[in-house]
Design a protein around this ligand. Sequence first.
Ligand code: F3S
Length: 532
Amino acid sequence: MKRRDILKGAALAPFSAALLSASRTAQAGSVQTKRTNMAQAKVANTPSRGAGTGKVPGFAEHLVTSDMDGLGPDGKPTGQKMTFTGASKADATAQSAEGQQMKLTKEEQAILDGKEGEEKAKLMKILVAFGNAFGAEKLVELGGAPHSNLYIGAPYMNSMITMLEECADAGLKSYAPYTVNPRPYDVYNVQNNPKDMELIYEGYPLQMRLDYVHSRLGAPDLNYRSCACYLDEIGNAPKPGTYVAWCESSAVNYGNSVLGIRTNRNGAGMDMICAMLKKAPLFGLMTDEGRKAKWLVEVKTSNEPDWGALGTAIGRKCVEDVPYVTGLDKYFEGGKVTADNLHLLKAMGSATASSGAVGLYHVENVTPDAKDKGRDLLGEGYQTYVYDDAEQKRIIGTFQNLWPEKDGDPTAVFIGCPHNTYHELVKWGRLVTEALDKAGKEESAIPVYMFCANKVRDRLIEEDGELASKMKRAGMHSTNMCAVSYSGMKGFSDRVRGVTNSAKTRNYSTIRYFPDEILVETIVTGKIPKAT
Ligand code: F3S
């Protein structure tokens, strides 16, 4: 399967599975449906082809599985399949969706029965089916604030956007102001030619409807759009232990691991359904049992690891199991994750979540669960994976050159997937402008796109205006869009030979991955150094 197909599948499958289950379990539905009244019958709508047969319909067979197998220490497949929730503990299959029935409170049952309106009843029906599919026993109350990854106003999102509009029309809202992923394009800060503009306007005709409905449901303005919602400038960092229902693999991964919040890796749309109900089914990474590690990953590189390569290695090995990682605490002084070092875990974690589907990792002496419980987090029968210099070299050796014109020179640099922190903007600003000064140049040889929230860019302008101006003059463009969506534009790989520091971008596109020092040299000369 091509990388981009995986991305598309990963984004859509969980929600499809939930919707499918919603209709399929109309017959299996139980405690709840036995008490069905007229209002609920009204929201049931048309059953799917599979409803009432007790069998998983052919077209749904692969909705909760994928071809992404884990590899055991012997290098052979473990047979583990992703569920896309980041919680292999749930061990869900389409068949297992049939049997489970969650216990609902009176209040929840009343919502399901339509006492709070038709729209809320529909949402509850989907949520209950979703929970049943993954073996949840109950719903839990959510806190903090939601994060949504519904950010693409493409035609295939029409039914989802319509559903959200119906909810907004009915007066529903998220339980708290929420954050949303960056938009898929930027018509201001990158050099879009007329063809690019055509692709943008033709490719995302529903963008305004989507942005508008987010605003109606409680999202702030577009300056806050970011996948790194947990940064101080954006402010969505719930307290440890808080149940939330986030979407966006990198945010879920960071939130669970570094913030210590409790969320599954939800499919697009489930975020908003949970947000409007203020509830989510309790399973997988939201439970103590689901947060136990199945892998002990021992990092034994002689120098600081390449964080993106390390994350890629962990994702490939663990798929969506939880790893407990040792050997990294020396890079976090006093075991503290700060505004100046969090980008290391952001880079590693997002790579685990994109080369596999890791929704939570523990770092010994650093992340909150690991600080609390230490190696007691290792589950029975855990496996061990050693990541040393040789393994790092092997992993990087698997990063293929996917440019159609393999020997061409790079044409653009992509920094910041997940979105850059303020610290990263300053670091890259200094690295590049100082290297240019040294080379007697004022401008980079190729454009450098710095992906970040407007709020983070604004902080740079306010606190370090001189550097911000210098970066702009040097050809470094701050843009608040999503790097991968931009690189997924039709024809992109034919006309752009991109280079990046993001293993996540590499995982999902033809953009090539290099260490920072190589990227700096490339930015100055426009060429990839010969020795690499
Ligand atoms: Fe963020 Fe887009 Fe990368 S949402 S993590 S910039 S894929």
